[in-house]
Ligand binder design. Structure first.
Ligand SMILES: [Zn+2]
Length: 200
């Protein structure tokens, strides 16, 4: 195994996997639940944490490393560092490792905030989301957990739950702007492919 220790990940042992970016049909496809938390799912979670940290993300869903499983990781420590609202009721963990996450309840009160996404580099989209959410998930020890999250932590979890359903940032844009964004990423992809052709 090519496991590398990534110093920023608090002792997490995994290997970075490439991040899937638009255009890619997988980003628009719903993921399936995991049957059980086996060693494969656990190493996927560790790899996702390393991939997230390496790209300065605060959350990541398995589809973003090309695996269509309902698996999410969240950097709780990084979120709490920057957001006092999240800190109020955050779980006492550095990273959340979540499988088969379900939203049980969301706040009626909403808030608009600009979001970025590792699969959509270079664009920010204003997204209106509930101020808090309560979710149920299975952790890496196969335990079913419930979590009520507020602020940025809630926003991050809801963003990742979207990913698992095949819903992405550009789905929150108007039809015209969404098409413009798709064209932007198609062009960007062509330029990257071209650049790679001439790499010596
Ligand atoms: Zn994202």
């Amino acid at each position: 195994m090519n496991n590398t220790f990534f110093p920023g990940s608090n002792g997490v042992h995994g290997r970075a996997r490439p991040i899937v970016t638009e255009p890619d049909e997988r980003l628009h496809t719903e993921s399936v639940d995991v049957n059980k938390i086996d060693s494969e799912v656990c190493s996927l979670m560790e790899d996702m944490i390393v991939s997230m940290k390496q790209n300065n993300g605060i959350g990541l869903t398995a589809v973003q490393v090309g695996v269509l499983l309902n698996v999410i990781v969240v950097d709780v420590a990084a979120i709490c560092k920057s957001d006092a609202v999240s800190r109020q009721a955050a779980p006492n963990v550095v990273f959340l490792r979540m499988a088969n996450t379900r939203v049980l309840q969301i706040a009626d009160e909403v808030e608009e905030c600009t979001e970025g996404c590792l699969s959509y580099p270079g664009i920010d989209v204003p997204v209106t989301r509930a101020k808090w959410c309560e979710v149920e998930y299975i952790d890496n020890n196969s335990e079913t957990k419930r979590l009520k999250a507020y602020g940025l932590l809630a926003r991050c979890i809801l963003h990742e739950v979207d990913h698992a359903k095949g819903i992405v940032l550009i789905d929150y844009l108007s039809r015209l702007k969404k098409q413009q964004a798709i064209n932007f990423f198609r062009k960007r992809n062509k330029m990257i492919t071209k650049a790679n052709e001439h790499r010596f």
